[in-house]
Design a binder for this molecule. Structure first.
Ligand SMILES: [Zn+2]
Length: 456
């Protein structure tokens, strides 16, 4: 387990704390026992049982919630360029995913988790893939990140490689077995959701079945919805409704649920999501690169929807960085709605406490408060690239490109120190990712994978 030699009870002294967006900075210390924040602020009474850590000059903020990624795609950077979603999936991403094996999936998950942690992402909501999802759970456990993982469900649809299509009963059984094996493990750091890929790759019968089971188990349902006009059109042809209306019809919103993208939704659908407490993950970088559009993120937020941010995968974004998504989200909403409509504090909240609420972890993480899990980032104040009187939220949203946390703590354990990953050797992770990527491409060229990989 990571951080085994890290103290069970500790106190970081001499820090400034940005506990939640919009709150005044708090001077003093933060105290943690067994992964949980137990005290905050100035003048904490001395306690000989607690390991004292001098962090003078450090700013402490809540860890960022990486609200939607595909760890399995972390070897695919640059392999699916210049395509809109439908061709991007059919011609590149699905064949590549179908060619993954356990070893390449492990290398991809390690690389993706390392990049997420080094950019300050402490919680991941992952879409998984169809096969070998246990590898993602094992890797997350080993590297110490907080994760909600899932097995991607695909039992229907056009252009899906046979290797990624399963009979609905197999898909459902494997998703439940994953939940039974991993949900709540590693002191609750690992959780398991349903991850039906989208309305075009899952049959109505399977949607109804998983919605009922998710309601029964209190299990999160994580899916893509209304990313492009093509998806909406095909969903109407297949199911007679737009994705959001179809999901409502199947009972998905009666379970804890989170939709990713929602680029092409109307006002009535925004009200439907707000009324059912459905979270939304906004992925501005992915939506821009694939030419999908700009989601009505501010409108969703204004209607009361918990909005979070996600990078999606490296094949449609290139970087697994929440700060990069904050900046782009703020800028694109300014273009879409006009400047000043959305504040930097609100966007910072999308990366922290609203993002946590969007992925159904709003009572556990997302802000620094007694009783919350200790997921936090430390930055050297003297090195922040903005004037000291600027609100910190504004600095992080607009001016933190290239800025990495000096220290990353997840569930009370130190995973990054001095900007270096502690729960894996980065040069080994990088080398293995490069090797596995070459092997994957060689398998596709030899057509060992069950799907043709068209030339550019
Ligand atoms: Zn995605």
């Amino acid at each position: 387990m990571p951080g085994e030699d890290w103290p069970r009870r500790w106190r970081m002294e001499g820090v400034r704390l940005l506990c939640a967006p919009g709150e005044p900075l708090l001077e003093g210390a933060i105290e943690v026992a067994d992964g949980c924040i137990t005290a905050l602020g100035p003048n904490l009474p001395p306690d000989a049982q607690i390991t004292s850590l001098d962090r003078t000059g450090m700013l402490v903020i809540p860890g960022f919630v990486q609200g939607h990624i595909h760890l399995c795609q972390s070897l695919f950077q640059g392999l699916a360029e210049g395509r809109r979603l439908d061709r991007w999936l059919r011609e590149r991403i699905w064949p590549l995913e179908a060619a993954l094996d356990e070893e390449s999936l492990r290398a991809a998950a390690r690389w993706g988790i390392a990049q997420t942690l080094l950019h300050g992402g402490t919680t991941i909501l992952d879409m998984g893939t169809v096969h070998d999802t246990d590898v993602i759970a094992e890797t997350a456990r080993e590297m110490g990140v907080r994760i909600i993982l899932g097995k991607a469900l695909m039992d229907a649809g056009d252009g899906v490689p046979p290797a990624l299509t399963q009979p609905p009963e197999t898909a459902f059984r494997e998703a439940l077995a994953l939940h039974d094996r991993w949900h709540g493990s590693a002191d609750g750091r690992l959780q398991v959701s349903f991850a039906p890929r989208f309305t075009l790759s899952v049959s109505g019968a399977l949607w109804r079945q998983l919605a009922a089971e998710a309601r029964r188990r209190g299990m999160l349902v994580h899916t893509h919805a209304s990313e492009t006009p093509w998806e909406n059109e095909r969903c109407r042809e297949m199911h007679g409704l737009t994705p959001v209306r179809a999901l409502a019809e199947w009972g998905v919103f009666d379970a804890p649920s989170v939709l990713v993208h929602t680029v092409c939704i109307d006002e009535e659908e925004i009200d439907l999501l707000a009324g059912h407490g459905v979270g939304v993950i906004h992925c501005p970088g992915s939506n821009a690169k694939l030419g999908s559009g700009t989601a009505p993120a501010w409108r969703l937020h204004a209607a009361g929807v918990a909005v979070g941010l996600g990078a999606d995968g490296v094949a449609c974004n290139d970087q697994l960085s929440v700060p990069a998504e904050m900046r782009l989200a703020a800028q694109l909403q300014s273009l879409r709605e006009g400047p000043g409509v959305l504040s930097a504090r609100e966007v910072f909240a999308w990366a922290t406490d609203r993002g946590a609420a969007a992925v159904n972890l709003g009572d556990r993480i997302g802000r620094l408060a007694v009783g919350r899990r200790a997921d936090l980032l430390l930055f050297r104040e003297a090195e922040l690239p903005w004037p000291p009187d600027l609100p910190r939220e504004q600095g992080f949203v607009y001016a933190s490109a290239g800025l990495r946390p000096a220290e990353v703590i997840v569930d009370g354990r130190q995973l990054v120190a001095g900007g270096e990953l502690l729960t894996g050797d980065l040069s080994t992770i990088r080398r293995e990712a490069a090797q596995q990527r070459q092997r994957l491409l060689a398998r596709l060229e030899r057509k060992e994978a069950q799907w043709e990989f068209p030339a550019n």
